[in-house]
Ligand binder design. Structure first.
Ligand code: NDP
Ligand code: PYC
Length: 336
């Protein structure tokens, strides 16, 4: 393993993106999210993702200097056309209007179109909980996941993230793929030459497999059987056709057999407790704390707790990445 300070990790990410030709706004936006992933112990969406950024660029599947365009779609809907660039900058472009519309209407949505998407959603959810809002986000990916009862990929890994602001505590946030695990984690197992647990996926013949490479060629499985399968379908619908963008199957077809990051849309919904509750907002948010206490009071943990602990640790100790990944990242500096 190689240890890097957070500053070294940030510089490495920015150097790679800059040398490979991304515009400075994308360098800043993308490096911030991969650094956040690495810092919070989410290796599948950390520095490793830079390999996919450069691969997507070389395959002509992402626009390195795309300038997102913001549209006032409706009183409670803002739309951002990412114009083929990465989603992070499009989110930043739409955030001020989403905040203003949510304060105004109590509930508002941000629809991002035509973006290349590879990031963890909690980064965006944190931007909304920091503003005192409740938030939901979801996005398709590439068709890699079989529906419950089937064996052929239809769904993306389709994450759903939810956030709730808390006074005096880190926000309550969960963020998970509707597949058993994010594809990035299976890729990391393949890179490390490690088998994956049973139940994550099937090979090309539809047989259960613990071989990461075979499952990457075959199909991943949804979490919770038919329940995860239905949620994955919901994500396809509300972050696909509802916002006029591609499904995971269409995104995969657009990739035309390549290995680039998915290209589609994202839906983010924000709710303002102060608009729902007026002066009673503080009182009811305080009541919500009893729920969290009753979870933690019996020794269970809240989602994101591990992540916040990793964040505190990384601030002191920096991050560690496998030497093989470090070497692959260094190669992007030379080749760039
Ligand atoms: P995990 O299964 O690792 O974690 C899912 C969530 O459950 C996290 O919020 C996690 O908190 C929480 N959690 C895990 N274990 C426990 C526990 N014992 N008790 C309470 N909470 C727990 O995530 P996934 O592999 O499903 O997804 C990882 C990331 O991949 C997500 O951030 C997601 O956005 C991203 N992703 C992005 C995609 C895209 O298209 N852009 C596609 C698919 C995934 P904690 O982090 O603290 O462990
Ligand atoms: O890990 O499943 C995943 C993923 C897909 C797109 C970005 N991350």
């Amino acid at each position: 393993m190689i240890r890097l300070t957070l500053e070294q990790a940030r510089e490495l990410a920015q150097d790679i993106l800059r040398r490979n030709g991304f515009s400075e706004p994308h360098v800043q936006a993308v490096s911030a999210t991969v650094l956040a992933g690495e810092r919070d112990g989410c290796a599948s969406h950390g520095l490793y993702r830079l390999l996919g950024c450069v691969r997507s660029l070389k395959a002509g599947k992402v626009v390195a200097d795309a300038v997102p365009e913001v549209f006032d779609q409706a009183p409670a809907i803002v739309r951002v056309d990412a114009r083929g660039g990465f989603s992070q900058l499009a989110f930043q472009a739409g955030l001020p209007a989403l905040l203003a519309k949510t304060r105004d209407c109590g509930i508002a949505a941000l629809a991002i179109n035509h973006c290349v998407h590879f990031s963890a959603l909690w980064v965006e959810i944190e931007a909304l909980t920091a503003a005192g809002l409740v938030a939901l986000a979801c996005t398709p990916s590439h068709a890699w996941v079989a529906p419950a009862g089937g064996s052929q990929p239809v769904f993306g890994t389709n994450p759903i993230a939810f956030g709730w602001p808390r006074v005096g505590h880190d926000p309550f946030i969960f963020d998970f793929a509707t597949s058993v695990i994010a594809r990035g984690d299976i890729e990391l197992h393949r890179r490390a030459g490690k088998p994956i647990p049973e139940g994550w996926g099937v090979d090309e013949q539809g047989r259960p497999s613990t071989d990461a490479a075979a499952v990457l060629r075959g199909a991943m499985q949804t979490f919770g059987g038919h329940k995860g399968s239905a949620l994955a379908a919901m994500v396809e619908l509300i972050a696909g056709p509802l916002i006029g963008d591609l499904t995971s199957a269409e995104s995969k077809a657009f990739d035309a057999g390549g290995d680039s990051s998915p290209y589609h849309g994202e839906l983010i919904i924000a709710l303002d407790p102060r608009r729902f509750l007026g002066d009673a907002a503080a009182q009811h948010l305080a009541r919500a704390e009893a729920l969290f206490e009753s979870i933690q009071g019996q020794g269970a943990r809240l989602p994101s707790q591990r992540r916040y602990e990793a964040r505190a640790r990384s601030a002191e100790q920096g991050v560690q990445i496998p030497r093989a990944l470090y070497d692959d990242l260094q190669a992007l500096l030379v080749a760039g």
